[in-house]
Design a protein. Structure first.
Length: 166
């Protein structure tokens, strides 16, 4: 049996300085943040709506300074309040008639049911009045019919009496 000697090679890069990790890129103030986003024409429709809803004008503004304990995140309630304020401001700009229609739609079905119930009650009252009037006219008509029948009976009786006399 022969034993082969294996020669271990030393690392040739051992004496060289280690490679430093790449530094993180720092954004230049001259760069426009919109250069990092896809043009909205390329985005699919569902992302296009989201793309349009974000405002990039605020990216150029200086960062806000917050006090200790203060958060830069808005709560859902704050976002809803802002949305309501935006809607109300928009409604203030619309003509009064359109504004009233929009307010009715915003109020929802609750008030719609009240309006429908009120109209239903009014129609029901009118129907009862019409039925009462029809009943009175029918009663009056029956009275007239009875008078007509009675008159015909009298005429027949008188005709019989006249024939008997002749």
């Amino acid at each position: 049996m022969t034993i082969k000697s294996t020669k271990i090679q030393e690392d040739p890069l051992k004496d060289q300085a280690p490679i430093a990790p790449p530094q993180s890129p720092v954004l230049s103030p001259q760069l426009d943040s919109q250069d990092f986003f896809l043009p909205k024409e390329i985005l699919p429709p569902w992302k296009r709506a989201r793309f349009l809803s974000h405002s990039f004008a605020d990216l150029a503004a200086p960062p806000q300074i917050f006090k200790i304990g203060e958060s830069s995140h808005k709560t859902p309630l704050e976002r809803h309040e802002e949305q309501i304020e935006t809607i109300l401001n928009h409604l203030d700009e619309l003509p009064l008639e359109c504004n009233e229609k929009m307010k009715d739609k915003i109020r929802g079905l609750g008030n719609g049911r009240v309006i429908i119930q009120r109209d239903f009650d009014k129609l029901e009252t009118e129907l009862e009045e019409a039925r009462t009037q029809i009943f009175r006219l029918q009663k009056k008509q029956m009275g007239h019919d009875d008078e007509v029948v009675l008159a015909r009976v009298r005429i027949s009786t008188l005709e019989i009496i006249i024939e008997d006399i002749q």
